[in-house]
Design a protein around this ligand. Structure first.
Ligand SMILES: Cc1cc2nc3c(=O)[nH]c(=O)nc-3n(C[C@H](O)[C@H](O)[C@H](O)COP(=O)(O)O)c2cc1C
Length: 241
């Protein structure tokens, strides 16, 4: 075989290997939408409490040690309402401000075994309009989620974890500006997160903001739709401090 022929053969073999490697390389999983396997109605949230907003702001602290005590469905209802509940149904206003009245966030709940009285372990999607939960996955995902959150142990010790994702495309449809849209979605998640902190404080519960994740792992574990991006999560429980 001529030198040119040999070079051509080597290039062909390299190309062949590249194509095979591309085909067998594990691709990130893509879930186009949520698959709902059940629904749960939540009790109505309360609009009065025993702690002033000033006191809750003053006392709020990030807590990373929780007792084994379970939460109630009322606790879960109140926390999720504070995170993203509807406050004026006729105009679809929520507990958080939203750039352009767009509401690009989705709120989820990871529930451990025996963690919430009246709620099986699993992964749930919060539906603000009905104040209800859609069950997406069965089982206690806290340990896997803790590992996917840079091994932060308090995540698997808290009875529940509230997860906030954002849909940047929703904001892009409104503003047509990529950087602005991502910024607006992230800022909105911050508003929701502060509500969770203050609501937990007012209920004598404890939480901490979690911003560190291996995004691919989270998508795999929680089957997040491909148009959603994980932004924040909040383990919530009774403080062990
Ligand atoms: C954007 C953001 C991301 C954070 N990520 C984490 C995290 O991944 N893990 C954690 O333990 N704390 C996290 N925190 C909590 C901070 O460590 C905490 O707020 C800070 O130490 C101040 O304490 P304080 O919240 O009690 O005032 C985060 C806070 C913010 C605002």
């Amino acid at each position: 075989m001529s030198t040119k022929g040999k070079i051509a053969l080597i290039i062909l073999i390299i190309l062949l290997f590249a194509v095979i490697a591309y085909l067998i390389w594990p691709k990130p999983v893509e879930y186009s939408s949520r698959t709902v396997i059940g629904t749960v109605d939540l009790p109505n949230p309360k609009f009065t409490g025993s702690m002033s907003v000033e006191q809750a702001i003053h006392d709020r602290r990030s807590v990373r040690k929780y007792t084994n005590e379970s939460l109630t469905l009322n606790d879960v209802s109140q926390l999720l309402w504070a995170a993203y509940g509807v406050t004026e149904a006729s105009k679809n206003f929520k507990t958080v401000p939203s750039g352009g009245h767009t509401y690009p966030l989705e709120i989820y709940l990871i529930v451990g075994n025996g963690s919430v009285k009246g709620l099986d372990s699993g992964f749930y999607h919060y539906v603000p309009q009905n104040h209800s939960l859609e069950k997406i996955l069965d089982g206690d995902l806290r340990e896997k989620f803790a590992k996917a959150s840079h091994n932060q142990l308090w995540i698997k010790e808290a009875p529940v974890n509230i997860v906030i994702t954002g849909n940047d495309d929703k904001m892009m449809n409104k503003y047509k500006d990529n950087k602005l849209s991502i910024r607006f979605v992230d800022i909105e998640a911050g508003h929701s997160g502060q509500n969770i902190y203050l609501q937990a404080q007012a209920m004598n519960l404890a939480t901490v903001a979690i911003g560190s994740f291996y995004e691919d792992q989270v998508i795999n574990i929680l089957h997040l739709p491909s148009n959603e991006r994980i932004i924040y999560s909040f383990p919530v429980g009774h403080s062990a401090k």
